[in-house]
Design a protein around this ligand. Sequence first.
Ligand code: SF4
Length: 71
Amino acid sequence: MKVTVDITKCDGHEKCVQAAPNVFKMNERFIAEVTDPNGDASEKVVLAARICPTKAITVEEDDGTRLFPES
Ligand code: SF4
């Protein structure tokens, strides 16, 4: 999995951490960081991206297939 957080969009709602706590953590500036893109099941990571209020998270398979946002 490839998981990225657009730090220009993240405003620290922390919903991603609640949905996939082994993938995301909040840094000292209350911006989400990816600690382990494979830390949780892909369904949880996609859920995290889906519920992010600012749509800051992008999720792709290793082969580049986009899981979120859907195109
Ligand atoms: S849910 Fe979105 S806005 Fe909130 S911390 Fe995670 S990436 Fe940032």
